[in-house]
Design a protein around this ligand. Sequence first.
Ligand SMILES: Nc1nc2c(ncn2[C@@H]2O[C@H](COP(=O)(O)OP(=O)(O)OP(=O)(O)O)[C@@H](O)[C@H]2O)c(=O)[nH]1
Ligand SMILES: [Mg+2]
Length: 317
Amino acid sequence: MDKCPHQDCFADDNTTCTLGHLDRRKCPEWQRVDGAAATAMTATDDMLLPWSGLAMGESDLNFVSGRAKPITVGIVGPESAGKTTILGAFYLLLGRGALTTEDTVFSNSYTLTGWETVAASMRWRPGPMPPRFPPHTPSGKARAPGMLHLGFRRKDGTLRDLLFADAPGEWFRKWAVNQDTPDAEGARWIAKHADVTLLIADRQALSGSRLGTARNDFQLLAQRAIAEARGRPLALVWTKGDVEVAAAMEVQIRRAVASVLPSVPEFTVSVTQREQIDPAAGFRKLFDWIVSTTRRGLVIPVTQPSGHDPLFRFSRK
Ligand SMILES: Nc1nc2c(ncn2[C@@H]2O[C@H](COP(=O)(O)OP(=O)(O)OP(=O)(O)O)[C@@H](O)[C@H]2O)c(=O)[nH]1
Ligand SMILES: [Mg+2]
């Protein structure tokens, strides 16, 4: 038996269980199937927090959703397009107090370890190794993307939770070609749940030796992502802004988006300094837009009250 009977627990020997026990043998759910180990361990059982700090899976989202439904941000783009780099940059800027204004202050995160994993390689450390880019996001066997959480408190005192879905580019490539392919489960998950979509245009790919393929792939992905967004906020994000792209190519990319959805907000980000432009400014602008988007709310029909009794306002008796 190596699977916990709890429906939401996928812990193995190296991961924290869904009820927060670092050692799963200390978990009452696990003890139901592993009685012998249980009795030896219960004396030293310290109940930990019910989250591990790692990127969240679908079944962990209750912690965040219990307070208010979070805004899920889907980052949609091909392999090596700079998706994870955006997240790493957000986190490092946040740590320096350089991401948000005083209107939106950092409140909490359930996934600090997950953020550290993404951003660790991008940090300067003493020694000969300069900062590097985050590692490629593995597609593995996961069916839903890893979610990274950030909570903010706004000026009016309210909290806003953001969940960033970091998925491997392979999923989106397969999804763009065939929406129903079993390998694209995670991409479908993002398309269904994302309240905000960042559609990535990789300037390096769009100016490289396979720029024609990159453009065609973008067009296909853009059509799919915009159709699936169904009116929810979507932005075109140019990554690797330090790389030159032919003006004609930029026009084609914008046209691919505008032909399906006119007036899409556009952002350019880069981790590399170009001319006099502060690299942080692009990420800040993008983050500002994300944090200021709102989910389409429930529209309650407004009717004229009939008579003086508000209980009859919908003309029911
Ligand atoms: N010149 C330049 N290169 C960048 C920039 N951001 C990312 N890159 C390059 O793009 C590569 C891929 O970046 P990632 O953030 O891992 O891309 P990804 O979209 O998460 O890729 P997958 O996880 O494979 O889907 C990096 O290893 C860098 O070589 C940038 O701002 N400028
Ligand atoms: Mg990645």
